[in-house]
Design a protein around this ligand. Structure first.
Ligand SMILES: Cc1ncc(COP(=O)(O)O)c(C=O)c1O
Length: 391
């Protein structure tokens, strides 16, 4: 816990189980931000070019640790924009309707931004969302999607699909899809495949280079502890990095060597950074310098092991107590988050908050709690179980 600042409520330390929404602040974050404020004060515009970590290339040192977390090489990842913006950028590049293949397969209900992005993007492109989006509906009893159901839909609609765009870890249930199998099924059928990894990154094992989707996008403020609203990340496989791939561009995606010649005609950086639009907001990015290296230092396999152990401890306690349905599948690959359900659960959620146990609430009776291996402990699990026993 010493590497993160612990929040308090009403003068009491919080048991923080909400890393699936906003990760805690790494203790080193303030110093990284302060350094950039100081550099701005003392160097002004020259901060772009001088010093140990000039702003021109500030994001580059994050690509190694980011790539480690998602199973990709540094040049295959880029930290830029925000998740919703990156979804639009990826749709512009990889939704390529042609002939009968005009449809997008996605989950329903998907996270609102994903829904709105696909719906409005299709409209901008002259398509009809009601006709051209194929939805995989959740099972209303437990919010689960099921990899098999998705594979079946991909198979049945293969001649009409231009793109499959799904969340790797489902945001309500915590279900982890078999991303390798779904990506393979798309690639074998010539369908573009993209992943929203907002709830997967820094949580479950990701091997993006090996799985080879057409793109993946994520945010950095949940399990990556980058701070509220900080930048998003994207994965671009090497095969898609060439200048022939169409895109919506900005000057920061232009080749570094000649960017300041300010020439006409877009000539992209030949890496994932070729999708960058703007010069990066260094103050928002600085906390990631404290956070991302922690994953490599701790080791993803070790973090996964601790996460499984915390989650299993919680599951065992919950099943001994009874009274809660756990939507999150107890699968070999399951993440940090558990989704608990019972009718009339609101008083239980309020009782947790009264005891300064912070998870989050979703209608109609869902409490989501996450056990983040970088900062949660067995004691946090036991505090939750004790409170639920009395709730
Ligand atoms: C699955 C998913 N998609 C999209 C978003 C939107 O992210 P942003 O507000 O960073 O654009 C979120 C945010 O929590 C999310 O969880």
């Amino acid at each position: 816990m010493s590497e993160f600042l612990k929040p308090s409520r009403n003068g009491h330390a919080v048991t923080y189980l909400c890393g699936h929404s906003l990760g805690l602040q790494p203790t080193g974050a303030q110093a990284y931000v302060q350094t950039e404020l100081d550099r701005w004060a003392s160097l002004a515009v020259e901060g772009h070019f001088v010093g140990e970590d000039p702003w021109m290339t500030f994001h580059e040192s994050l690509a190694g640790p980011m790539g480690y977390i998602v199973g990709a090489r540094p040049e295959q990842v880029s930290i830029q924009n925000t998740l919703s913006v990156n979804i639009h950028l990826m749709l512009a590049s990889f939704y390529r309707p042609a002939g009968k293949r005009v449809k997008v397969l996605m989950e329903a209900p998907a996270f609102p931004s994903d829904q709105y992005a696909v719906e409005t993007h299709l409209k901008v492109r002259g398509q009809v969302p009601e006709r051209d989006i194929i939805e995989v509906a959740h099972d209303p009893a437990n919010y689960l999607l099921g990899t098999d159901r998705i594979l079946d839909l991909i198979n049945r609609h293969q001649d009409e699909l231009a793109l499959v765009f799904l969340g790797g870890v489902q945001y309500i249930s915590g279900e982890v899809l078999d991303m390798a199998a779904i990506t393979r099924a798309c690639r074998e059928r010539g369908i573009a495949c993209g992943w929203d990894l907002a709830h997967a990154v820094g949580n479950v094992d990701l091997q993006l280079e090996a799985w080879d989707p057409d793109f993946a996008v994520w945010c950095c403020y949940k399990y990556l502890n980058g701070g509220p609203g900080t930048l998003g990340g994207l994965f671009m496989p090497t095969r898609n990095q060439g200048p022939e791939v169409p895109r919506l561009a900005g000057w920061w995606g232009y080749k570094k060597e000649t960017r300041f010649k300010m020439r006409k005609g877009f000539d992209p950086v030949p890496t994932a950074d070729g999708w960058a639009l703007s010069n990066p907001p260094v103050l928002a990015m600085a906390p990631l310098k404290a956070s991302l290296p922690m994953f490599e230092a701790a080791g993803m396999p070790q973090l996964r092991q601790k996460s499984r152990q915390l989650v299993q401890r919680a599951r065992k306690g919950l099943s001994a107590q009874g009274g809660w349905q756990v939507f999150t599948p107890d699968a070999a690959e399951s993440g940090n988050m558990l989704t608990l359900y019972r009718p009339n659960a609101r008083p239980a959620f309020d009782a947790l908050m009264e005891r300064n146990i912070v998870g989050d609430w979703r209608e109609p009776g869902i409490i989501r709690v996450a056990f983040c291996p970088l900062y949660n402990t067995d004691a946090d699990v036991d505090t939750l179980l004790a409170a639920l026993a009395e709730a």
